[in-house]
Design a protein around this ligand. Structure first.
Ligand SMILES: Nc1ncnc2c1ncn2[C@@H]1O[C@H](COP(=O)(O)OP(=O)(O)OP(=O)(O)O)[C@@H](O)[C@H]1O
Ligand SMILES: [Mg+2]
Length: 540
């Protein structure tokens, strides 16, 4: 046995022992796998780079079915990307994780990850072992988060204006940015109306976004109740406005039962036909009478795939009974509706009793521009549980993007509820982290210092890309920004509106702390995971 201090035996075939971090012979394959992985992941990051920031570009995605989406949302772009390489898929997953965790920053996280991987490949070519890089990156990630926490500004949920500013920032990079004056307050009020001041999380499932084609985006509104983007039944002069509504939510069909698929009923004489029709009429009339008996004057009918949920006959009877009918309610809307209205869904006519009904002051069908109609249910008995947002636009492409953007804005407000702190945007936090990490690295030694410095430099990709996308000269802007931060101006960032750099607190470019910390930790985690892979095994 050799003494602990004895030099390691030379590697097989290698003169003078392992010069690099890995053994030379087997090392080449591991190196190839790692390089291939990094290249694949960087390809994905490059695909979304141009979308970053308020002056970022949008992507047009054409599906195989010919459908077109125009979007700026990183998570949406990546989820439609057809990627085959497993590491590239990790980046798609990364943006999905960010979308779940914070909801915004899904482009930044991928761009950041790409830049960190770039730094890794340079460190690897210098012969630094992946384990050393991983350890240093993890330490740097934690330190960077600490730095972010020190520059964060605490806020309170009562400060509605600050929340709106954060929502405006997140909307500023979207197609619908010119309407952020309308959408941002809607997002903030929607979250606040279902959140008690002491809450630490928000369930966004309690906010329902309803898209209505017709009208302009500025006609979008917050409805403290329910809204359906459909028509009420107009058969036989049915009512379209009911005050003091008693609302029933049914899951059974108001139509005649059907035979089994393989069975047929052969009717050979007129009297038998007559009897069937009479029976059908009686069957439906009995059901309608039972509904009327409960006192319901509004009926929401779930869509059915077995047979028609309602037919002309039942609609006719219900119209005569002055019951407003909304049909084709989707299965997945049932829970939200019953929570909002305080009604219970009824699966069979026998169990339909008055205690299952919900109440609201007004149910009304109104015009939504053009032929489109919406039905609003307002003045619900227990407000504050849920809220609906009606998003309107005349173009489907804009409407879909408005919905996605509004979702981002809601997530931003939720992030502020989860963690009540904000930071300025525009590349200022990344530059500050980069600077302070480099200072921290000066106190470290050896490889770790080198890796931390590389990590710090990689963070500059955000201000660099923001400047590039805004048509500014990235190198001069980033250098100037670095100088300002070195002089202690922590909130100086890229002022995209005036194509210069300035203190962004004056411009109110604020974003939640959680979005940045989550992006940072998720990106670091993914980079470390990719680095630690040294072989790929394909199994069948
Ligand atoms: N008015 C502004 N001026 C300067 N920078 C801004 C402004 N508004 C946003 N930013 C910056 O733009 C970046 C966010 O860009 P963007 O919203 O396109 O990407 P994302 O939030 O990472 O991803 P996504 O919104 O697609 O989920 C942040 O770094 C933010 O600080
Ligand atoms: Mg954003």
């Amino acid at each position: 046995m050799s003494a602990p201090a004895a030099p390691a035996a030379p590697a097989a075939g290698g003169a003078g022992g392992p010069a690099r971090g890995e053994r030379l012979k087997e090392g080449s394959k591991e190196h190839d796998v790692r390089t291939a992985n990094i290249i694949a992941a960087k390809g994905v990051a490059d695909a979304v780079r141009t979308s970053l920031g308020p002056r970022g570009m949008d992507k047009m995605i054409q599906g195989q079915d010919g459908g077109v989406i125009v979007t700026n949302d990183g998570a949406t772009i990546l989820s439609h990307l057809q990627v085959f390489h497993p590491t590239a898929k990790m980046l798609v997953e990364l943006s999905k994780s960010q979308d779940i965790e914070a909801g915004d920053g899904t482009t930044s996280v991928v761009v950041l990850c790409g830049s960190l991987l770039n730094a890794c490949s340079q460190l690897l070519t210098k012969g630094i072992h992946p384990t050393v890089i991983t350890a240093a990156f993890q330490a740097a990630g934690e330190k960077a988060e600490e730095i972010l926490n020190t520059v964060a500004i605490p806020i309170s949920l009562a400060d509605r204006d600050k929340l709106i500013q954060a929502a405006v920032t997140s909307l500023s990079s979207k197609v619908v940015s010119q309407d952020s004056g309308v959408l941002a307050p809607i997002a903030v009020d929607a979250v606040l109306s279902i959140t008690p001041p002491t809450a630490t999380n928000v369930d966004l499932r309690n906010i329902r976004l309803v898209k209505a084609l017709g009208g302009a985006i500025e006609d979008s509104e917050l409805v403290p109740g329910l809204v359906f983007s459909k028509k009420a039944s107009h058969v036989a002069g049915a009512p379209t406005r009911v005050a003091g509504a008693k609302i029933g939510l049914i899951q059974f069909c108001l139509s005649a039962p059907k035979t089994d698929i393989e069975n047929t009923v052969v009717v050979s004489e007129y009297s038998a036909m007559d009897r069937i029709l009479r029976e059908e009429r009686k069957y439906i009339l009995d059901m309608c009478k039972a509904i009327q008996k409960t006192g319901a004057n509004v009926l929401l009918v779930q869509k059915s795939i077995l047979r028609d949920a309602v037919n002309d006959l039942s609609l006719h009877f219900l119209a005569k009974m002055k019951i407003l009918v909304v049909k084709d309610i989707e299965r997945d809307e049932i829970e939200f509706i019953s929570k909002t209205l305080g009604c219970a869904p009824v699966a069979h006519i026998d169990s339909f009793t008055p205690d299952k009904l919900g109440a609201a002051d007004l149910v009304e069908e109104s015009n939504a521009g053009g032929d489109a109609k919406v039905i609003k249910i307002t003045g619900v008995a227990h407000p504050g549980r849920t809220v609906s947002v009606l998003v309107r636009s005349t173009s489907t492409l804009v409407l879909d993007e408005a919905e996605r953007s509004l979702h981002d804005a809601l997530c931003v407000v939720r992030s502020l509820v989860k963690k009540k702190a904000m930071i300025v945007g525009g590349g200022a936090p990344e530059m500050e982290m980069s600077l302070q990490l480099q200072r921290w690295a000066k106190g470290l030694t050896g490889m770790q210092a080198h890796c931390v410095r590389a990590y710090a430099e990689a963070l500059e990709v955000i201000p660099y890309t923001l400047a590039e996308n805004a048509g500014l000269h990235p190198i001069s802007i980033v250098t100037e920004l670095r100088k300002q931060h070195a002089e202690g101006h922590k909130t100086v960032g890229i002022n995209v509106r005036h194509s210069t750099i300035s203190d962004l607190t004056e411009e109110s470019v604020l974003q939640p702390l959680l979005v940045s910390t989550s992006a940072l930790s998720l990106a670091t985690e993914t980079v470390c995971m990719i680095l630690k892979i040294d072989d790929m095994v394909v199994v069948r």
